[in-house]
Design a protein around this ligand. Sequence first.
Ligand SMILES: Cc1cc2nc3c(=O)[nH]c(=O)nc-3n(C[C@H](O)[C@H](O)[C@H](O)COP(=O)(O)OP(=O)(O)OC[C@H]3O[C@@H](n4cnc5c(N)ncnc54)[C@H](O)[C@@H]3O)c2cc1C
Length: 343
Amino acid sequence: MENILLLVHTEADGSLAKSALESLQTAQSLAGALGGSFSVAIVGEKTGAAANQIASCGAAKFLSVEGADFAQSRYASDAAAAEALCKAAAATVVIAPATSRWNRVLAGVAARLNGRVETHVTDVRAENCQVAVTRWYYRQRMEAVLSRTQRPWFLLVDPGSQPAWEGAAGTATVEAVAVSLGDACKRTTVTGLRAPSADAQTIRPDADLLFVTGAGWTKKQADGQTHVPEAETLIRDFLTHTRASLGSSKSLVDLGGEGQAVISFLTHLNQIGQTGSTPRHPKGLSTCCHGEEPHAVGWRFIKERRAISLDANCGWARGKADVLYVADAFAVMTKVNELVAAK
Ligand SMILES: Cc1cc2nc3c(=O)[nH]c(=O)nc-3n(C[C@H](O)[C@H](O)[C@H](O)COP(=O)(O)OP(=O)(O)OC[C@H]3O[C@@H](n4cnc5c(N)ncnc54)[C@H](O)[C@@H]3O)c2cc1C
């Protein structure tokens, strides 16, 4: 029988993020399918509120490592906490959300415990009473289903790939696991966090909508002129109103390197496609982008796709979008911004 452990960390406010609840749903379903139970392990400065948030999830026990040393992401302390929790639970299968904090640490923890780790996991289920894991390789172009005999087996579940657990809060009894950090663990001191302000941060994996900008926004328009400042304002206003996540074609993010006028808040991190990212959002809207295969392949997991392009023969028209508006994106987005602002 597997000892399934859900391993999560708290957010800055002490709660659990959606990605943690998705991993909880995964752990709960797997335990149910195997006819066993699962435990929960939480790392953070204070873990009581997080445990209470999921008190009704049916976990056999709640373990925690908490204290000021575990408030922020730091390799040495996070690895020590995860190792201690896995040992305390005698875990054979460890399910964790693929947050940047766990992605950085759990391969090392797996090595310490002589286990194995899987990244980019998108499904975990029971097949013939064995754990079967679906994961992606090679920038999400090849999918495999695999099982292993080596334990403990760490599974980093891709955020957005699973439904989030929903259930009532309550009062959980939490068993504290002591971790004493040696001096070596404290060589790195976290002095603070520097992150872009909420408005400057345009990549929002949890957003319902992916809004993609293409090179057309910087091209000469019907009046023979470019309108990059107007494009910037339209795009920024739309993002402010809708909190959509901003994606881009490669051509647009590459233009900066060629010294051309560009949208100032776009970087290569926004690039979607074969050599960019493959995000997961329920809906996507492409604007001023041609929808060529190397770009559209990054839309693989976008469930409903719409595009606005002047070109009725663009790639989107060839089966890559559910709806193509053959129209001027400047005009359409001006009207859309009016409507969403009024809302
Ligand atoms: C090996 C390889 C890997 C690649 N990887 C990627 C990748 O990861 N991601 C990626 O995006 N690309 C990638 N590419 C490049 C890709 O093939 C395309 O060149 C790129 O996606 C084109 O970007 P675009 O559609 O924004 O620009 P363009 O092809 O210039 O298209 C601009 C579009 O805007 C439209 N337009 C102009 N003005 C307006 C307006 N006012 N309203 C509406 N529409 C308007 C035009 O009609 C046109 O369709 C890769 C290419 C190769 C060879």
